[in-house]
Design a protein around this ligand. Structure first.
Ligand SMILES: *Cc1c(COP(=O)(O)O)cnc(C)c1O
Length: 439
């Protein structure tokens, strides 16, 4: 064990049940300094809670407060002049994310814009990229998609006068399985090739934690002549993404989960360069999407001229106070980069999966439904509890674990590489083990 000096070298064969092993991994973790940059919610006794809920609401970077104070002071000191003279001028505030936002998801500068919220952005994207015509009218999503996505998709079908019962296709796992097989998805797309207009999947499924092969499914979608959109709510800040190279048409994500930007944070949207310059795409236009060189001609030039790139999909001027936490957070992501975070994440979640197998006698009481292959998942493991799910969830909470419960019987455990430790994972697995002993 003492020979392990880098997380990148750790394999499942090295894993050990000893707490000293977990502490050793923390000591060789190159990202261990990041935890101190976050506020970790305390338990009632005042210790750090075992916070494994970054899949739902990420923790607050401490620098958020400082940046927020700066904006409030600029507002107090400058009033309207802050648009041009604030430390980060409000007029061009969203451009602060041009580079960091692009690097986060493997995009080129100009392909990403931070605006609105996730479902709103899905709507804006479907206005432009769901263009049913002739026989090509259908949308394919995953079965048990996040409800908001399903509502959004049905809305757009209805807007075009299409009955979702006929025009919405669902990709389902095989009977008895919890996750999709890429081969099945690709085959389904090929089967419906001449009637598909849009394929819209979650990059990581919110409930099962499965990460889909975005590149392959996007390729299959294009081969079918349809457009590929991705909901990256559970993938952004979790997986290493290459949206530009994978040729994704559009993608949307929220920023309050792995991106730690606070409740209801401003979301992100990617529009591929291929489409960014296409002024003929229909869109819900607003003045902030207009070419900045004529934006303040206002009533003098009533015709909308979209700004090139994802910026051209903005509608309103951005809520600066709500953009602040995103800046604090993306600075941290950018300081280390997704490849390093993902390297740690593979080991951290791998260790969790291993501990659960080793420590927790389950005998049919529960099963991990997230794929065991590290490439087919992010940091989250979803545990399906067959036996008294609510009681067990409550018992976890009483022991200082913060995780979440999804009806009727799934708990989601998400050790994030940003601020979670191997000790967190070790402590959690021991709590799970004591619960099983009592049953
Ligand atoms: C979290 C999440 C949402 C939430 O939508 P908001 O518009 O941010 O409220 C939508 N879809 C998926 C897949 C999610 O995981």
């Amino acid at each position: 064990m003492t020979t392990l000096t880098a997380l990148g070298d750790v394999t499942a064969r090295d894993f050990s049940l000893d707490e000293s092993f977990a502490r050793h991994l923390d000591s060789i973790d190159e990202l261990r300094h990041l935890r101190g940059a976050f506020a970790i919610p305390p338990t009632e006794r005042g210790d750090d809670s075992i916070y494994l809920c970054g899949n739902s609401l990420g923790l607050m970077p401490k620098r958020t407060r400082e940046l927020m104070t700066q904006e409030l002071e600029d507002w107090a000191r400058l009033g309207v002049e802050g648009h041009l003279h604030a430390k980060t001028p409000w007029y061009s505030y969203h451009e602060a994310f041009r580079e960091t936002g692009a690097r986060l998801v493997g995009a080129r500068p100009g392909e990403v814009v931070m605006m609105n919220s996730l479902t709103v952005n899905l709507h804006l994207m479907m206005v432009s990229f769901f263009r049913p015509s002739g026989r090509r009218t259908k949308i394919l999503i995953e079965d048990s998609a996040f409800p908001s996505d399903t509502y959004a998709v049905k809305t757009h079908l209805a807007t075009h006068g299409l009955d979702w019962r006929k025009h919405l296709l669902l990709a389902k796992p095989r009977p008895g399985e919890h996750t999709l097989r890429t081969d099945d998805v690709v085959e389904l797309i090929a089967t419906h090739a001449d009637e598909l207009a849009l394929v819209l999947f979650g990059g990581v499924h919110f409930l099962s934690g499965q990460a889909l092969d975005i590149e392959r499914i996007t390729k299959a979608t294009h081969a079918a002549g349809a457009r590929a959109g991705w909901d990256l709510a559970h993938a952004a800040g979790n997986l290493e993404l290459k949206l530009h190279d994978w040729n994704v048409d559009f993608a949307c994500w929220c920023s309050y989960k792995y991106l730690n930007s606070g409740p209801g944070a401003i979301a992100g949207t990617f529009v591929h360069e291929r489409h960014g310059g296409d002024a003929t795409l229909p869109r819900y236009a607003g003045w902030w999407g207009n070419d900045p060189s004529t934006r303040f001609q206002m009533q003098l030039i009533p015709d909308f001229v979209p700004r090139a790139g994802a910026d051209g999909w903005q509608v309103s001027n951005p809520p600066i106070m709500a953009m602040v936490p995103l800046r604090a957070s993306l600075e941290l992501f950018d300081s280390v980069g997704m490849p390093a975070l993902r390297r740690k994440s593979r080991v951290l979640t791998g260790y969790l999966a291993w501990l659960l197998r080793e420590l927790v006698p389950h005998a049919g009481a529960w099963e991990v439904i997230t794929p065991s292959d590290a490439e087919s998942r992010g940091c989250q493991l979803s545990i399906l509890l067959h036996d008294r799910p609510r009681d067990r969830f409550r018992a976890l909470t009483e022991r200082g674990v913060i995780c979440d419960f999804r009806e009727p019987n799934v708990i989601r455990i998400a050790p994030t590489p940003m601020y979670n430790t191997f000790l967190d994972v070790h402590r959690f697995a021991h709590v799970m083990a004591t619960l099983s002993d009592r049953s």
